[in-house]
Structure formats: structure tokens, C-alpha cells
Design a binder for this molecule. Structure first.
Ligand SMILES: C[S@@+](CC[C@H](N)C(=O)[O-])C[C@H]1O[C@@H](n2cnc3c(N)ncnc32)[C@H](O)[C@@H]1O
Length: 375
């Protein structure tokens, strides 16, 4: 049994927890930005390919109290690094320290590196490592004098799905767009509209979800080169995920933006994600947008003052959005913004509000619930 951690942006822990449970893994604890679970090597493959809102999957090598450098060295050296790091393995150490006596991160990293090298030298009976083989990124994370030693299994963060090589201004992370969809009542048979679509991330993530496409299916992961995870496991799980894509589903998704270049980029990204045929992209000012049906859901990430436009312009956009949805009780609307007066400007109190982070910017996810279509 392996101890694993899925990391996430603050506010998305419950979403990631649900996703991991759906994979059949057992959750052991949830704390800020960290979801601990247990599994086997197949769970590492499955989690990397399937999790939509998590940033990365870490393999826990050990956890212990460490208040001194000696303690950190000895307890790190006592761990079974040789079970994972090969004789030719190339490894680096990163670190972080919060509310701990060992607050110098560079020193902690150096000590962990030394301890792991010592352990591997002993185990392999060598003095020198070529480091020409697979890559292992060790992390030492200290929180209140407790050290967690992990190896990253993901590589580039899971938000890098592979379809978005080009971006427009202030793109939202794919993981956050995915979570916004998960947190909404939108379902694949309902109309979706994003009138500030930029690079199209929300529309693309929704189209992928509608067709049951695993978020990480089109990319690779750093642990694919580790000998401990059989190649056949990757082949088997990828094959399963491909077979689970529901090609019969044709979602109805509309995405528009005032900027023509944004629309061209969004179209390109959608094609890269193989969902270009299901999203109706259009260059359009939000003030000219009409709701494309009787029932539907708006999920959007409009400009925030501090990132794109000045406050008056931004307020004008929020007012226009409020006017578009005014009296439309068969439409739901979900908006992420850092603007604290959003509800006043939009013209309606939200049914629910949730604290999230968009990059480093604290934001709220305003949720207005509309009636569902009759069955
Ligand atoms: C925060 S960005 C959206 C980013 C997008 N979620 C993505 O992932 O790339 C806001 C977008 O609103 C667009 N925008 C600004 N004013 C607009 C208007 N009047 N009508 C429609 N779109 C507008 C900008 O061009 C920009 O692409």
C-alpha cells in the first residue's frame, strides 16, 4: 500500500477528494491544499490521468517530526529511497517550511539531498552516481516541525493538459476551470455559455467533461520512466480511458469574447483538445450576447480590475452581465471574480458564494441558481 498526496489550490480540496473517491481510492486525510490517500502503482497512473482539479500527485516516502538538522538527516536517511530511486536515477530536492524551527529551506534541501545520497551510496555500494536515468523530484515539506518527504509523480503541473500551447490575456488554469464546472449544476445535456471566453478554457474543459474524456489523457508524466510502474499499467489504463470517451455526446456550448485574437486562440486550443466541433466560438461584445436557448448555464471568468481593465470598465461589464441574466430564471450563472462588490454591481445577491484562488488572487465564485429544464 502506498501513501499518496494530491495537491490542489486552496478551496478545491473537496472537489479533489470527490474525484479521488470516485477512482476507488481511500482518503486518509484532507488539509489545506492537500488530500492524502492510499493506493498502489495503478492508483498513481489513474490519479495522474484522471484528476481534473488537482495540481499534482506525490508519493510519500516518509513523515516524521524534525526539530533539528540532525534529526532531519538521520530520519531521512532511514527511509527506503532505494525502493524508488534507481542506481542511475537523477534527483533534485525542493523544499518549503511553514511554522517550523527548521525555517531555512536551502539548508533543509541540502541536508535531505546529502541523506538520500548517503543512503543510496550504502545500498548500491558505489561512491559516484551518473544520474543519467529516470528523474525523481524529492520535496521536503515542513509544517509545524513535521517533515513530509515525497517524490513528485506528475512532472509539469496537471493543469498542463497539453491542448493549450497558446494563451490569451489572463487565462484561467485548466484545473480551476474544471473545478468551476464541477461546482456548478451544469450537465452535459444543458446549454453552456461563456461570454468572456478568452482562450476558451472553461468551454474546452466542459466539452471534455461532457464526453467523459480524462483530463490527463493527452499528456505524459514524469513517473512514466520509473521502472517500478509497469509500462503495461500505463497502456491498460490509457486504453480504458480512451474507451470511456463518450463520442455519442454532442454538447451545446457557446463561447464568445470581444477580442478576435482570443477567439482564434480558443478555436486552436479546442481543436488541439479534439472538441473544436462542439463549441460555437464567436467574436462578440458581451453587450450583444443573447441567451442561446430557454434553459442554460453561464460559467465565466470576466476581467478583474487588477488584471485587465480599469474599475469603471469592469463594473460596466458586470452590469451588462447582470442585465443579460435579469429575470431569466431558467438560466443559472456562475462567475469568478475578485471584485467584492460584484453582487451590488451585477444587481442581485448570489444564492451561494465560495472562496477560491485564481493564481495568487483571492476570488469569490458567485453562484446564481436557475430552474432546471423539465425532465
Ligand atoms: C479573464 S479573461 C478570460 C480568460 C479565459 N477564462 C481563459 O481561460 O483564457 C477575460 C476576457 O474578457 C474579454 N473581454 C473584455 N471585455 C469584453 C467585452 N466587452 N465583451 C466580451 N469579452 C470581453 C477579454 O478579451 C478577455 O479575454
Amino acid at each position: 500500500m502506498l501513501n499518496l498526496i494530491a495537491t490542489s489550490t486552496f478551496g478545491l480540496e473537496a472537489t479533489v477528494k470527490r474525484e479521488i473517491t470516485a477512482l476507488g481510492c481511500k482518503i486518509t486525510s484532507v488539509s489545506d491544499g492537500r488530500i492524502d490517500f492510499t493506493g498502489d502503482t495503478a492508483s498513481i497512473v489513474n490519479a495522474n490521468i484522471s484528476l481534473g482539479a488537482s495540481d499534482r500527485v506525490l508519493l510519500v516516502i516518509g513523515e516524521f517530526d524534525a526539530a533539528t538538522f540532525d534529526e532531519l538527516f538521520e530520519k531521512t536517511k532511514a527511509l527506503n529511497w532505494q525502493d524508488w530511486i534507481t542506481k542511475d536515477g537523477k534527483f533534485t530536492v525542493t523544499g518549503k517550511s511553514v511554522k517550523s524551527k527548521l525555517f531555512s529551506v536551502p539548508d533543509c534541501q541540502a541536508i535531505v539531498k546529502k541523506a538520500v545520497v548517503e543512503k543510496l551510496k550504502q545500498f548500491h555500494s558505489v561512491e559516484w552516481f551518473d544520474e543519467t536515468g529516470p528523474e525523481y523530484k524529492i520535496q521536503v515539506a515542513l509544517l509545524k516541525d513535521k517533515a513530509t518527504l515525497t517524490i513528485d509523480t506528475t512532472g509539469p503541473s496537471l493543469h498542463k493538459r497539453g491542448y493549450r500551447k497558446l494563451t490569451h490575456k489572463a487565462p484561467i488554469k485548466e484545473t480551476l476551470a474544471y473545478a468551476m464546472i464541477e461546482l456548478s449544476y451544469w450537465k452535459k445535456d444543458r446549454i453552456l455559455l461563456d461570454p468572456f471566453c478568452g482562450s476558451g478554457t472553461i468551454a474546452i474543459e466542459a466539452a471534455l467533461k461532457a464526453r467523459n474524456t480524462a483530463p490527463g489523457l493527452f499528456r505524459s508524466f514524469v513517473c512514466e520512466n520509473w521502472p517500478q510502474i509497469p509500462k503495461l499499467e500505463w497502456i491498460k489504463i490509457r486504453k480504458e480511458k480512451y474507451e470511456q470517451i463518450n463520442t455519442a455526446v454532442i454538447p451545446e456550448i457557446y463561447a464568445s469574447d470581444i477580442d478576435g485574437e482570443a477567439i482564434e486562440i480558443a478555436k486552436h486550443c479546442a481543436e488541439q483538445a479534439n472538441v473544436g466541433d462542439f463549441i460555437k466560438f464567436e467574436q462578440k461584445d458581451v453587450k450583444n450576447v443573447k441567451l442561446p436557448g430557454e434553459y442554460g448555464v453561464v460559467i465565466t471568468n470576466p476581467p478583474y480590475g487588477e488584471r485587465l481593465l480599469d474599475e469603471n470598465e469592469v463594473n460596466g461589464l458586470y452590469k451588462t452581465l447582470g442585465a443579460l441574466l435579469k429575470g431569466e430564471d431558467t438560466w443559472s450563472c456562475y462567475v469568478i471574480t475578485s471584485c467584492e462588490e460584484f453582487e451590488i454591481i451585477y444587481g442581485k445577491r448570489a444564492d451561494a458564494k465560495r472562496k477560491l484562488f485564481n493564481g495568487n488572487v483571492k476570488a469569490d465564485y458567485y453562484q446564481y441558481y436557475g430552474k432546471r429544464p423539465p425532465r
